[in-house]
Design a protein around this ligand. Structure first.
Ligand code: NOJ
Length: 564
């Protein structure tokens, strides 16, 4: 077995800086706020922080629309603040991971402003420009991921430009070697600053097909989701190998790419020694309610059969990454609803649900990614009107739901479930004003539950979600289970059980067992191998072997006596 790398043995914490901690009273979080909380993050076994984009940005998509790939947005602080964060992190064994958003830039990036100014400009072919169809309409019927056409007309050039996401996020032309080199230079700038890795955004879209053709409409708007037309276009790996060679190779960092739709049989081309990245965020367990890229209005909502399906896809991912690469375990990020609502009915006990996910996150094989607030068990929000929502995709999907014939109330219900703002409400630190997030007016409302669900309260309670996370983080890093949890292989157990997710990790002469009841009923199970095992952690006091109470999770360890 290969010696594990530092990032395979640690926990990663995702910070959404805008919502983490505001040290100036501006209402938005900042880099100094992250520095201030490094010691807190250490208590969660964190060795790396994935920072969502902090570069200069008009913030149409909260920083995923970048106007300068090597700067810091003034709302987050200065480059000196960033350097201090990197240095203070290093002192504590926490490395910063930058988000590389290289499929597109902001339409306010100087490259785009120049490109859009005329067909003869210096950056003319740095973006994807096409003539209109003979009738003047957009070159294809592709729908952008946020809704509406993926093409926007430019008067100065008398051409359309392509944007996989918002109009304000024009796609870069990776066919142009100068574009690629400029992006590699920007990534190397951050390596020189001492960052510990990269999360690479929306990478599956960088290569476009040779010919742009209309697709079969998938909704009443006559359009087709652009994902199905451009994702993972053959030839993409040539770009990515060049990226690896010119940037990642030879550095003690990790890379994790956001890669929706890579099939397990293609994994070896993407990750591991022969591949490009260390890890891939794939979304088979996130997209259970819209497996084929359906609109939010076409999604199924929570149904109990989500559990066997979740079990199946997680097990498949565990097995696929056992052969190639390494698995980034995650159940939340800034684009997803809170996991206590995702995999549990609305009536579920939230504390138990949050702990059930904690037990899964911290004992599956791979590197756990904790998203800010997940360690407190934060819940979704449900605001009254679409105007209350900041998330650009919520607005787009709301309009699409209305266009599909939903009433305004129905469309709002859909937004309540799927809005990305669910995960973007300010972090809850204290019982005080604005949950201790800001002395000013928070850019998004603080969740109404903050008085009982905040770090201050949960740190005092032995049975809180936070205390459970801390307990599990310690298990992963020190003590008798650490080796198994870091290195052990994975075997699914109770495969046919529709409610219990169970698996065994095994390394050397030890086994660790995790059992999680995702249902609201007590469930009995038979697992003779558990005889002689010792309880390591339980989400509810006084658990008993052989049965699980509603939403209960337990973790056992067993000495096998033989060194396998
Ligand atoms: C994926 C990011 O996670 C999301 O927040 C963003 O809106 C899109 N990529 C576009 O960059």
């Amino acid at each position: 077995m290969k010696e594990l790398k530092w990032w395979q043995k640690t926990n990663v914490y995702q910070v959404y800086p805008k919502s983490f901690l505001d040290t100036t009273g501006s209402g938005t979080g900042d880099l100094n706020g992250v520095t201030e909380k490094l010691d807190y993050l250490k208590t969660l076994g964190v060795g790396a922080i994935w920072l969502t984009p902090v570069y200069p940005s008009p913030m149409v998509d909260n920083g995923y629309d970048i106007a300068d790939f090597t700067g810091i947005d003034p709302s987050y602080g200065t480059m000196a603040d960033m350097e201090r964060l990197i240095a203070e992190g290093k002192r504590r064994g926490i490395r910063m991971v930058m988000d590389l958003v290289y499929n597109h830039s902001s339409n306010q990036h100087p490259w785009f402003i120049d490109s859009a100014s005329s067909r003869d400009s210096e950056h003319s072919d740095w973006y994807i420009w096409r003539d209109a169809k003979p009738d003047g309409s957009a070159p294809t019927n592709w729908r952008s991921i946020f809704g509406g056409s993926a093409w926007t007309w430019c008067e100065a050039r008398q051409q359309y430009y392509l944007h996989t996401f918002a109009e304000a996020q024009p796609d870069l032309n990776w066919e142009n070697p100068k574009v690629r080199q400029a992006l590699y230079d920007a990534a190397n700038f951050w390596l020189d600053k001492g960052v510990g890795g990269f999360r690479i955004d929306a990478i599956v879209y960088i290569k476009k097909p040779a010919e742009f053709v209309d697709g079969e409409p998938d909704s009443d708007d006559g359009m087709v989701n652009i994902h199905s037309m451009i994702a993972n276009t053959p030839g993409i790996l040539d770009f990515l190998h060049e990226f690896k060679e010119k940037v990642f190779e030879g550095h003690d960092i990790f890379t994790v790419a956001e890669a929706n739709g890579i099939e397990p049989e293609d994994l070896d081309k993407w990750v591991g020694d022969q591949g490009v990245f260390d890890m891939l965020f794939e979304f088979s367990h996130m997209n259970l309610e819209f497996p084929h890229g359906e609109l939010w209005s076409q999604a199924t909502g929570y149904t109990p059969d989500i559990i066997p399906r979740l079990k199946k896809v997680l097990s498949a991912s565990q097995q696929a990454t056992a052969k190639n690469g390494w698995y980034p375990i995650f159940f939340e990020n800034h684009d997803q609803m809170r996991c206590v609502k995702h995999y549990f009915p609305a009536t579920a006990d939230r504390k138990r649900a949050a702990k059930a996910m904690a037990a899964s996150l911290m004992t599956l094989r791979g590197t756990p990614f904790i998203y800010e607030g997940q360690e407190l068990g934060l819940d979704n929000v449900a605001w009254g009107a679409i105007e209350d929502y900041n998330d650009i995709s919520s607005h787009g999907q709301y309009e699409l739901a209305l266009a599909e014939g939903r009433t305004a109330d129905e469309a709002m219900e859909i937004v309540h479930r799927y809005s990305r703002d669910n995960a973007r409400t300010p972090m809850q630190w204290t019982k005080g004003k604005n949950a201790g997030f800001s002395a000013g007016t928070p850019w998004l409302p603080v969740h109404e539950d903050y008085r009982w669900q905040c770090v201050e309260s949960e740190a005092m309670e032995d049975d809180s979600v936070l205390s459970f996370y801390r307990q599990l983080a310690a298990l992963r890093h020190t003590g008798e289970a650490a080796g198994v949890l870091q290195q052990g292989d994975y075997t699914e157990l109770l495969q046919e059980d529709p409610s219990i997710m169970a698996f065994k990790r095994h390394f050397g002469c030890r086994e660790v067992y995790t059992l999680v009841n995702f249902s609201g009923q007590e469930q009995d199970y038979k697992l003779p191998e558990l005889a002689g095992a010792k309880l390591l952690a339980e989400s509810v006091a006084d658990s008993s072997q052989g049965s699980l109470r509603p939403y209960e999770a337990v973790i056992y360890i067993k000495e096998t006596g033989e060194h396998l």
